[in-house]
Design a binder for this molecule. Sequence first.
Ligand code: FAD
Length: 373
Amino acid sequence: MRRSEFDIAVVGGGIVGAAIAFGAAGPGRRIVMLDEGDVALRASRGNFALVWVHGKGLGRPDYARWSARAVRRWRSFADDLAAETGTDVGLEQRGGLLLFLDGEGLTTQAAACRRIADDLGADAFPVEVLDHAATARLLPAIGPEVVGATFCPLDGHVNVLRLFGALHEGCRRRGVDYRPGAKVAAISREPGGGYRLDTAAGTVAAARVVLAAGLGNGRLAPMLGLSAPVLPERGQILVTERTGRLLDYPTGTVRQTDEGSVMIGASKERVGFDTGTETEVLAELAASAVRMFPALASLAVVRSWGALRVMTPDGLPIYAVDPSGTAFLATCHSGITLASVHAGEIAAAVAGGTLPDVFAQFSPERFADVQAA
Ligand SMILES: Cc1cc2nc3c(=O)[nH]c(=O)nc-3n(C[C@H](O)[C@H](O)[C@H](O)COP(=O)(O)OP(=O)(O)OC[C@H]3O[C@@H](n4cnc5c(N)ncnc54)[C@H](O)[C@@H]3O)c2cc1C
């Protein structure tokens, strides 16, 4: 058996684990990132790639604040990644829209955005309510059925595969030891301090552990006295052939990538660990997208897939640390949006700094009742 000594072992090499490892890495700090193989469940490779705050945090201003902080940090995060790895992650952040095909939906969404702003007080971020004509000024390709939209200038999108690659390349350049094919089966505390991690590729010893294993956290967290009630939620996505510039802004369900294809998403389904696709669901997504943007009807769909969101009972992240301050847990939906603060505040906490308030606000203790039930 191979045995190694590390300061930090990060379990999971998705966007969450890679962002934390990237942010925590530095001279003299030995970090290992333990990951499964290519067949693993990976939300990080199947998502919609929005960097998004508007509409988030209704009734939970702490989450709205955390997401707003994340999107505000994204530009400098993308610039740092580009400077260090040479990869432009294709961040476009000039604003994003939630489009509505019925007036009631728009009214409800506008009211929700107002309530979020009221709760945030001085921290509120701008959201405008647009009628059809104002929406068409930003997105001339909308169809006549679009009644309007909400618009937030902070929102945007990225090229997620390039983000994933840049984070891994950044980790490599900062000296993180990435080990694919090293699925962690068991974690135990060593009598003298630190942890022993039994992986498919040998045993690893580390002073601190970060659980960032997405849906795998549910099984691993109890080994460290933590809890991660995560559930899979499937999202199906369609991608069209590449076309000329059609959309200058991303919407919550339709966006044009930097490479010219149009992504249409995403369903929300509770189907266990099934990552398949279903024609009826894809047809519904396509029909709604064509009502929003009629020109899409002439584009060929070239790909579709299903991917599993790492969902918590309330949809918000879980951050936890054990009483010794050496075992951490980070898991969330919206891991693309939150990548900037995972590489920032969360990585700093893991690296030994002070624990930010988010560890208390997003503690899994809020689910104590759910878990008891
Ligand atoms: C359809 C869809 C659309 C989405 N759209 C957006 C969006 O627009 N914007 C946004 O911000 N977010 C979006 N998300 C969410 C985002 O993709 C996730 O929050 C993020 O990818 C989670 O990253 P992760 O690293 O926690 O999990 P994952 O990407 O699932 O990675 C977990 C990693 O842990 C590894 N692992 C698991 N168990 C073990 C183990 N025992 N040992 C070692 N390694 C292990 C796995 O192999 C995997 O590599 C979307 C997700 C989906 C599915």
